[in-house]
Design a protein around this ligand. Structure first.
Ligand code: NAD
Length: 348
C-alpha cells in the first residue's frame, strides 16, 4: 500500500491536483494499491485553522510515503497578517527538504537539463529579517531587510547531491552565484572548488547570476546540471519555463536525507485564472512522472505517463497558455487535458 498525502492548496491548485488524482487512481490497473489522504496548506488552511500549515499536517507528512502539493497564495490573503506562502517555507523546513530538483525538459526541442535549487536556507530563511523604523536624515523612515546566509553544511550537502546526480548524467555542473559581490557566494565557490577535487571526471563551471540569465536563453543546450541558491533557483526556473513552453509545464521534487519526497509544480496559484478550468496541468502531471520514477522505482510507468502527456500535445491539443507555441492546436480545458492523458496512460 502506498500512502499519498494530497495538499491541493489555493487558486488553480485543486483544479490541477484533480488531474493528477485521475492518474494516481488509474495506477490500480498497474497493480498498485494506493491510499489517498487529503489535507490543507496555504490560504485554505489559514481560513480553516488560522495557520498556513497545521501541526497535524506536519505529523502526517512525517509518516507518509509521498506528498503531492498543488500551489498556494492568492488575492484573498494579500492583506492577511499570516501569508499562505509561509506554509511552503514551513513544510520545507520542518521536513528538512534541502534540495529542490527542477527538470527543464522538452522532447520537441531536445532540451534536457536540471536545476538543483537549495531549499532550506539563504535569504528566504536568513535572520535578521523584518520591517522596522528608524530616523534617517531626521525623518522617521520605514526600512525592510533580509539576510542572505549559507553555512558550510548547507552548501556541502547540496553540492554532494548535485555531483552524485551528475555521475548518472553528462558529468557537467554549472554553479550559479554572485561571488563578485556576495560573501555567501564566495564561500559557496570555495566549497565547490574543494568538493570538485573528489569528482575529477565531472566538469565544473561557475557563472554569475546576471550573465547566467542570458546564457540560459541563448545557449541552454550547453547545460546539464545547474546548482544554485534558494532565491536564484526560484528566479531562473521561472525564466527557463519559457524554453519548454509555459510556466505551467515545470515539475519539481523536493528531497531530504531520509525518504520523504514532496512533488509539486514550480508555478504559483495563478489567481488570475483560478476556477476557470483553463490552467495547464502538465507541471503537476510531470511531477507524478518523477514520483513514479523516484518513489515507486517504476521507470516503465514513469515513461508511460511522460509520453502520454507529450502525445496529447503532438496530437494537437493544448491548454490556452501554450497556444503561442502550438498555434495550430485545439485549445482544451484542464479537465479535458487530464482526461486525455489518463486515457492514453491506461489504454495506450
Ligand atoms: P504564478 O506562477 O501563480 O503566475 C504567473 C503567471 O503564470 C500568471 O499569469 C498565471 O496565470 C500563469 N500560470 C501559472 N501557472 C499556470 C498554469 N499551470 N497554467 C496556466 N498559466 C499559469 O505567479 P504569481 O502570479 O507571481 O503568484 C501568484 C500567487 O502564487 C502568489 O500568491 C505567490 O506568492 C504564489 N506562488 C506560490 C508558489 C507555490 O505554491 N509553489 C510559487 C510561486 C508563487
Amino acid at each position: 500500500m502506498i500512502n499519498i498525502l494530497i495538499l491541493p492548496g489555493d487558486g488553480i491548485g485543486p483544479e490541477i491536483t484533480n488531474q493528477a488524482i485521475k492518474i494516481i487512481k488509474s495506477c490500480i490497473f498497474y497493480g498498485y494499491k494506493i491510499n489517498l489522504i487529503y489535507n490543507y496548506i496555504g490560504g485554505v488552511s489559514i481560513d480553516k485553522f488560522k495557520t498556513p500549515l497545521s501541526e497535524n499536517v506536519i505529523k502526517i507528512c512525517l509518516n507518509i510515503d509521498v506528498i503531492l502539493l498543488g500551489c498556494v497564495g492568492g488575492y484573498k490573503w494579500i492583506n492577511s497578517p499570516i501569508k499562505p506562502e509561509e506554509g511552503l517555507l514551513k513544510i520545507r523546513k520542518k521536513l528538512n527538504l534541502f534540495a529542490n530538483i527542477r527538470p527543464i525538459k522538452c522532447p520537441f526541442k531536445n532540451i534536457d537539463f536540471l536545476i538543483i535549487r537549495e531549499l532550506n536556507g539563504g535569504i528566504y530563511y536568513g535572520k535578521p529579517k523584518g520591517i522596522s523604523k528608524q530616523i534617517i536624515n531626521n525623518i522617521p523612515t520605514w526600512y525592510g531587510y533580509d539576510t542572505e546566509i549559507y553555512n558550510e553544511q548547507e552548501i556541502i550537502r547540496l553540492l554532494k547531491l548535485s555531483f552524485n546526480l551528475s555521475l548518472n548524467r553528462k558529468k557537467k555542473i554549472t554553479s550559479i552565484d554572485k561571488a563578485n559581490v556576495l560573501y555567501s557566494s564566495k564561500l559557496w565557490r570555495k566549497i565547490l572548488n574543494y568538493i570538485s577535487k573528489n569528482y575529477k571526471n565531472i566538469s565544473v563551471n561557475n557563472l554569475y547570476i546576471d550573465y547566467a540569465t542570458i546564457e540560459l536563453i541563448k545557449n541552454y543546450k550547453k547545460f546539464d546540471i545547474i546548482v544554485t541558491s534558494n532565491i536564484f533557483g526560484d528566479i531562473i526556473s521561472d525564466q527557463c519555463s519559457l524554453l519548454t513552453g509555459s510556466l505551467g509545464m515545470l515539475p519539481s521534487i523536493s528531497i531530504n536525507n531520509k525518504s520523504i519526497c514532496l512533488f509539486e509544480p514550480c508555478h504559483g496559484s495563478a489567481p488570475d485564472i483560478a476556477g476557470k478550468d483553463i490552467a495547464n496541468p502538465i507541471g503537476i502531471l510531470l511531477s507524478l512522472v518523477m514520483m513514479f520514477e523516484y518513489t515507486l522505482n517504476n521507470k516503465i510507468l514513469s515513461n508511460k505517463l511522460f509520453y502520454s502527456i507529450y502525445k496529447i500535445l503532438s496530437y494537437g491539443f493544448c491548454t490556452i497558455d501554450m497556444k503561442k507555441y502550438f498555434f495550430n492546436s485545439k485549445i482544451i480545458s484542464t479537465n479535458e487535458f487530464g482526461d486525455l492523458v489518463n486515457y492514453y496512460f491506461i489504454y495506450d
